[in-house]
Design a protein around this ligand. Structure first.
Ligand SMILES: Nc1ncnc2c1ncn2[C@@H]1O[C@H](COP(=O)(O)OP(=O)(O)O)[C@@H](O)[C@H]1O
Ligand SMILES: [Mg+2]
Length: 257
C-alpha cells in the first residue's frame, strides 16, 4: 500500500508524513517512509536522532531504465538493507538523491529511482510506503508517485495553497493514482474551516480531515523533535489519525486496523 503526500511548500507535508508513518507503525504495520524532497528533512521530523546515522541517499545506479519504465537492478531487500535507517516505532526511512553539484542538470534519475523503489515496495505484501514529496507538481509530471494508492494533498486555508492543491489534484486525476484526498492543515478559525470546505466543494475535492493549528508542531520543529515525541497528546496527532481513517486507509490495508 503506497501513500504519497503532496501540497504547497510549508503546508505541513513532512509533519503529516512523519506522524502518520509512526501512527501506522503503532497500529502494527511495517512502514517505509521515503523522503522525496530535494531539501530533505523527514529524518528530523520522524525522529532519526543524532545516535542514528542518516541513511545514504538512494543512488541512481540502483535502477535500470527500460522501455516500460525504471526497474530496480537489485532486490528491494538489498535496497532496504543498504539505504534505510530505522526511526522510532520501527519506521524505515530512505532518502531520494539530492543535487551534489551546481549546474548538474535535472533530477530525472533521482525521481526514477524513487519510482522504481515505490513499485517494488508496493509489490511486497504488508508494507505501507509513505512518500513525502516536494512542493513542486513535478513529482506528478515525472511520475514519481505514479503508483500511489492514495495521494494526500495538504492544504493551508489560504488561496495560493488551495490553488496548488487544485492543480495537483487535476494532474493526479489523469494519472494512475488510486484516490486523491485533501487534508486541511493549520486551521485556526471557523472562517478558515469554512473557506476550505467551500473551496473543496466548488472544485470537487474530497476533503477528509482538518488539522488544527498547533503551537506544539512549531515548537517541536524548533527543538528538532518529532511532534509525537514532543507532545503526543496534541490534537493535531489525533486529527492525523482520524484523517487516515477517513481517507480509507484501514480498507486499503485490508481492514485489519
Ligand atoms: N498544524 C500546524 N500548526 C502550526 N504549525 C505547523 C502545523 N503543521 C506544520 N506546522 C509547521 O509548519 C512548518 C512547515 O511544516 P512542514 O511539515 O515542514 O511542511 P512541508 O513539508 O509541507 O514543507 C514547520 O515549522 C511545522 O512545524
Ligand atoms: Mg517537507
Amino acid at each position: 500500500m503506497k501513500l504519497a503526500v503532496a501540497g504547497k511548500g510549508g503546508a505541513g507535508k513532512t509533519t503529516f508524513c512523519a506522524t502518520a508513518g509512526r501512527l501506522l507503525a503503532r497500529r502494527g504495520h511495517r512502514v517505509v517512509a521515503i523522503d522525496a524532497d530535494t531539501n530533505p528533512n523527514l529524518h528530523a521530523a520522524i525522529g532519526l536522532g543524532d545516535a542514528v546515522a542518516l541513511p545514504p541517499f538512494l543512488p541512481a545506479s540502483l535502477v535500470s531504465r527500460r522501455l516500460d519504465g525504471p526497474r530496480l537492478a537489485v532486490s528491494i531487500d538489498e535496497v532496504l538493507h543498504d539505504y534505510a535507517a530505522t526511526a522510532p516505532d520501527g519506521v524505515q526511512v530512505m532518502r531520494m538523491g539530492v543535487p551534489e553539484h551546481p549546474d548538474e542538470g535535472c533530477l530525472c534519475s533521482a525521481h526514477a529511482t524513487v519510482s522504481a523503489v515505490m513499485a517494488e515496495l508496493g509489490a511486497e505484501p504488508g508494507i505501507v510506503t509513505v512518500l513525502d514529496l516536494e512542493a513542486s507538481p513535478e513529482h506528478l509530471s515525472r511520475g514519481t508517485a505514479r503508483d500511489a494508492d492514495l495521494l494526500v494533498l495538504i492544504a493551508e486555508p489560504y488561496f495560493r495553497s488551495l490553488e496548488a492543491v487544485r492543480l495537483q489534484a487535476s494532474l493526479a486525476a489523469e494519472s494512475s493514482i488510486g484516490r486523491t484526498v485533501v487534508v486541511a492543515n493549520k486551521c485556526r478559525t471557523d472562517s478558515d474551516r469554512a473557506a476550505i470546505v467551500e473551496f473543496c466543494d466548488r472544485n470537487g475535492l474530497d476533503l477528509v480531515g482538518m488539522l488544527p493549528w498547533s503551537d506544539n508542531a512549531l515548537d517541536a520543529d524548533a527543538a528538532t523533535q518529532p511532534l509525537l515525541d514532543h507532545a503526543a497528546d496534541d490534537p493535531m496527532v489525533d486529527a492525523i489519525g482520524a484523517a487516515l481513517d477517513e481517507a480509507g486507509l484501514p480498507a486499503l490495508l485490508g481492514g485489519d486496523d
